[in-house]
Design a protein around this ligand. Structure first.
Ligand code: AMP
Length: 413
């Protein structure tokens, strides 16, 4: 079964066509700067990637280009759109309504729209992706896979904020988390790697990329996570500040004469690695500058690793122990130096990094010593595969339900 996975951003449309039973990625690509004069389309896998300059005024036009690339010319991988069985959409915010992935209908679309207040850029963009598919692939089943679903198992003591309870009742202000599909994937893969049932393990999962989040997964159930009402909370990130003293917000608004939107912009786009180093949100550039002696870059590096270290401590306390710490995403998968800094000094907590294994690159791997009481794993994330798999399961469920319904009716007549 071929599933088209769509991850729509406000000015981008990322996609993969996945043959879900064989796990094969048939094609992938991204349309960038959608709606601007500099828009372009990158299509292809690894060395076969091609960049195509193409005008696309909106997501529907971008979708048309994607479908054309999939079905014609040198990039063709399928003969016709009939070979796409269903579409899986990544949706950032599912609020309290979606503890699991769902088949998209008008009601689901309306809820995603309502929830846009909690993730304005992301949910509106996802709706553009859904609309583009409705226009270009009418009648194809579509499934919504929410970043927040995995964290709907958190207990109230973890998801509530200590602000007046009425605000929770009035606005649903609480922790929802994000990156849930990635945490779910690496937890499952970590259990498979360790050859133990996920239900027997206490895991701390770390998604460390430009956006960063960590979660505590106790016997297969997410019990806490670092991102909050929005993806701004928690760890220091590329451009986001993560958790800071909330009193800083009114202080800045008053002293810098900032509007709520401006202070939000400052915390989301001008903080984190970029804000501290003044150089870049990209850890590679910050590392180069720190190694060349730039003190602010060194400080940014130290703060980032310290931020991760503190959450490791918190989550050991939350779960009363940990069997493995699992790292993923751009920094978690690739930055040997950051991993070294994160785990330095954590030997008393049972985490002993193997410096040689830590230098290895690529694939699922263990980087702790053979006798480390807590295992440290690197698992490359694969959110697209999870979206394709959820879409596949939901279609199967639907088919089964239809068959059962049919057989019940047949028995009745
Ligand atoms: P992501 O959001 O998962 O794409 O991750 C992006 C982050 O990963 C950026 O800060 C990159 O600098 C960082 N990154 C990617 N590759 C490396 C690497 N080899 N060394 C250090 N950081 C890396």
């Amino acid at each position: 079964m071929n599933i088209l996975v769509i991850n729509a951003g406000s000015s981008s449309l990322k996609y993969q066509l996945i043959e879900v039973e064989t796990h094969e990625v048939l094609a992938k690509g991204i349309c960038e700067r959608v709606g601007s004069a500099q828009s372009f389309h990158k299509h292809g896998i690894d060395e076969n990637e091609r960049v195509i300059d193409a005008a696309m005024a909106d997501h529907t036009e971008a979708m048309a280009l994607v479908l054309e690339a999939l079905t014609s010319g040198p990039t063709k991988v399928i003969d016709s759109l009939e070979e796409i069985d269903a579409i899986g959409h990544r949706i950032v915010q599912g609020g309290k309504y979606f503890p699991r992935s769902v088949l998209i209908d008008d009601e689901v679309i309306q809820k995603i729209d309502e929830l846009a207040e909690l993730a304005p850029l992301h949910n509106k963009a996802a709706l553009m992706g859904i609309e583009a598919c409705q226009t270009k692939l009418p009648g194809k089943p579509m499934v919504a896979v929410f970043d927040t679903s995995f964290f709907q198992t958190m207990p109230p003591k973890a998801y509530m904020y200590p602000v007046p309870y009425e605000l929770y009742e009035k606005y649903d202000i609480r922790k929802y988390g994000a990156h849930g599909t990635s945490h779910r994937y690496i937890a499952e893969r970590a259990a498979a790697f360790m050859d133990e049932p996920l239900g027997d393990l206490k895991l701390i999962t770390c998604h460390l990329g430009n956006g960063c989040s960590m979660s505590a997964i106790d016997h297969g159930v997410a019990v806490d996570t670092s991102m909050g009402l929005t993806p701004l909370d928690g760890l220091m990130m590329g451009t986001r500040c993560g958790a800071i003293d909330p009193a800083i917000v009114p202080f800045l608004m008053e002293h810098e004469d900032l509007t709520p939107a401006e202070v939000n912009d400052l915390m989301n786009k001008k903080s984190g690695l970029l804000g501290i180093s003044g150089i870049s949100n990209d850890l590679r550039s910050v590392r180069e500058a720190s190694e060349a002696g730039d003190e602010r870059a060194q400080l940014a590096y130290d703060m980032y690793s310290n931020s991760v270290k503190k959450y490791i401590g918190q989550y050991i306390a939350v779960m009363g122990g940990v069997d493995a710490v699992v790292l993923t995403a751009g920094v978690g998968e690739n930055c040997e130096k950051m991993r070294r800094m994160i785990f330095s000094g954590l030997q008393p907590l049972g985490m002993v990094l193997d410096l040689e294994k830590n230098k290895a690159r690529g694939g699922e791997r263990e980087i702790s010593t053979d006798d480390s009481p807590v295992r440290i794993l690197v698992i490359p994330t694969n959110e697209e595969f999870m979206i394709a798999r959820d879409t596949f399961y939901i279609l199967q469920e639907r088919q089964l339900a239809e068959e059962l319904d049919l057989s019940t009716r047949t028995n009745l007549t």
